[in-house]
Write a protein that binds this ligand. Sequence first.
Ligand code: C2E
Ligand code: CA
Ligand code: CA
Length: 438
Amino acid sequence: MKNKQEISKYKFDNNGSQDAVLARQSAGVIRRYVFPVGTTLFCKGETRQCAYLIDRGDVEIIGNDEGGEDKRLCVISEGEIFGEMALVDNTPRTATAITMTQCEIFVIPRDSLHERMNGLDPIVSLLISLLIERYRITRIHMPESLKQDIGNFVKKLSKHENVPEETFRLRNTDKQRQIALKEMKLEQELRAGLEKKQFIPFLQPILDLSTRHVTGFEALIRWQHPDQGLVFPDDFIPVAERTGVIQHLDRMMLEKACEILPVLHAIKGAENVFISVNLSGINFETVDIVNVVRRTITDSGVDPGHIKLEITESALIGDPDQAEKVLQGLKALGMTISLDDFGTGYSSLGYLHKFSIDDLKIDRTFVMQLHDSKRSLDIVRAIVALAKNFKLNIVAEGIEREEDIITLKSLQCDMGQGYLFSKPIPVNDAIKFLENNI
Ligand code: C2E
Ligand code: CA
Ligand code: CA
């Protein structure tokens, strides 16, 4: 984080405080700046624009607590936040902030908070908005008579406080409320669905591209919704991840995979077929996932060598050391690890080197454009070369055309799955597919 290249260049305004200049220059994005000693970040009485988080250095806050002379109220340093009321509204500052040393500071413009809240869990976002609005109203000591006349309330108040009307106007949270309500309903339905066993695995065959024999299946979750019919994962996985329901779903899918494996292995010639189970990155936040997986595998009695766990790069980037600990724990149980959706995320060379990974799955967006875009072909070629270098097996997703196979084979890609072979299908159909294939 202390990389100098990440520090934004800042053009100083020599006339007084920097708050408004910073808000303009930051353009709604949180940035880190270096400020020389003696910089006035903001002044008492000025309109509030940004909050500040100190990465390095000391800042002095000057003001008066009981209406007396201005004096130093405190000195704040690394890791502390100040000026945060700017995130609530743009009423005047009640204190002045000046750097006491050269400081490296993250500047958080008010706009950036709203941007970030859009990406949050809608319920958290709604609650924060409401709390901010309540706070905006109640912190201003207004006479009861004013509060009663809402129509005139904002006008009078803004005159009274000498700030623009819009500062006091309540934000319209109707849309946020609707989204939050939808999310809450979906969460309840997910939990009920889990209890009522409405989630089932579909299986999609994964084939050896040279022999066209089935080597395994990917288990993909489906929701048999009582009113909506078959619901696909893209419509509920994001909410399941935000609410923690995903951990139950993933565990259930692993249990199902363990139940299905012996049935597949009973087919002559299919004794080595594996099942791949998707594991959301949320599971990686605790090492407990290793114990959960261990218990499931032990209880079922299956050979862990026939289970693959598919994870995405996002599971690895948050806390790489923790992620590697989990991966090693899972591998120690005897399972193999596939890195899913490769090419869509960070796709850093460093991952392949650092993490205990066995297979790499090339995302379907590249495979599906192999013959339409030279860029996709180049990307797939580079990924395969990279994977070979790290001695990883490669699985191509999204194979829809015969010519994809020819190209993938010429690139020395080992395995593949896609609609050309089969869509994800119910377990009974997968058994038939396997019987016919062998
Ligand atoms: P994914 O892990 O990348 O799974 C592959 C997706 O590609 C599946 O979508 C599959 O139906 C689709 N696919 C496979 N071949 C083709 C093809 O030739 N053409 C096209 N257009 N699509 C193809 P699906 O089943 O809708 O799953 C979507 C995503 O939901 C999965 O992407 C995975 O990220 C997530 N997911 C599914 N099941 C689970 C689960 O049990 N746990 C977790 N955590 N995530 C799951
Ligand atoms: Ca997958
Ligand atoms: Ca994938």
